[in-house]
Design a protein around this ligand. Structure first.
Ligand SMILES: [Zn+2]
Length: 230
């Protein structure tokens, strides 16, 4: 549907929609409908916060929590402002938490993209510290989403599995810019070898839909399961 703000919520599966919100890093932002409200998976870069807050105020979404796949500013940059505006809590893997809670400077992608971001803005403004940060616990779902550690792109990267809809949020562990699920360029990841090895648990996971952080979601599309060769 197109809401009052001209932002589309594109329904992908019975409980999951893509928030079609233009943003500088072309990050996919997802809304998961749950019994107690809506979960936002990766709020996106810092500029998305005003729109997300307006959608919440107008009850087009009813934000109950934020779940992050990882701490890169393209995915987590607007979290602090959304949290301040709504009071919801945010979950992240403990190994990525220091880049979000102010203990360490924000984590930029390696390589030229990170250098460019550093030039464009003061780094701390790309990802201001988040209050009330919660940590994923191994094997424990948050709402309907089960975190699956996939470290390498960042130290604490996770995928999130939605069993009801058989959907996998893959963050930057797998992107689909090329049409097929693939690892992001090595130059963007902290430890590309570790990122490749971390895909192991995904091969046996019974997901049907792949919802990446970048590139088109693969819904009812057999390419969703065409993972990179082991
Ligand atoms: Zn990333």
């Amino acid at each position: 549907m197109t809401g009052l703000l001209g932002v589309d919520l594109l329904e992908l599966t019975p409980h999951i929609s893509l928030l079609k919100l233009m943003n500088a890093t072309r990050t996919n932002i997802y809304v998961v409908r749950e019994d107690d409200g809506d979960t936002l998976v990766d709020p996106g870069p810092v500029g998305t916060a005003p729109i997300i807050l307006a959608l919440d105020r107008r009850c087009e979404i009813r934000l109950s929590r934020i779940l992050l796949t990882h701490a890169h500013p393209a995915h987590a940059g607007s979290t602090a402002r959304v949290v301040r505006g709504t009071g919801v809590r945010t979950w992240v893997h403990p190994d990525d938490a220091p880049f979000l809670d102010g203990r360490q400077a924000p984590l930029l992608p390696r390589g030229r993209r990170g250098q460019l971001m550093a030039v464009l803005g003061r780094v701390v403004e790309l990802c201001p510290p988040v209050f009330r940060l919660q940590h994923y616990e191994p094997g424990v779902a948050v709402g309907d989403l089960l975190p699956i550690p996939t470290p390498g792109h960042t130290p604490g990267h996770v995928c999130l599995y939605h069993a009801k809809d058989r959907a996998l949020f893959s963050g930057d562990a797998l992107v689909t810019d090329s049409g097929l699920p693939s690892l992001p360029p090595d130059s963007l990841s902290e430890d590309p070898e570790r990122a490749r090895a971390a895909l192991g648990p995904l091969y046996d996971l019974p997901f049907e839909h792949l919802l990446p952080g970048h590139g088109p979601p693969l819904v009812d599309d057999p390419r969703a399961r065409q993972l990179p060769a082991r």
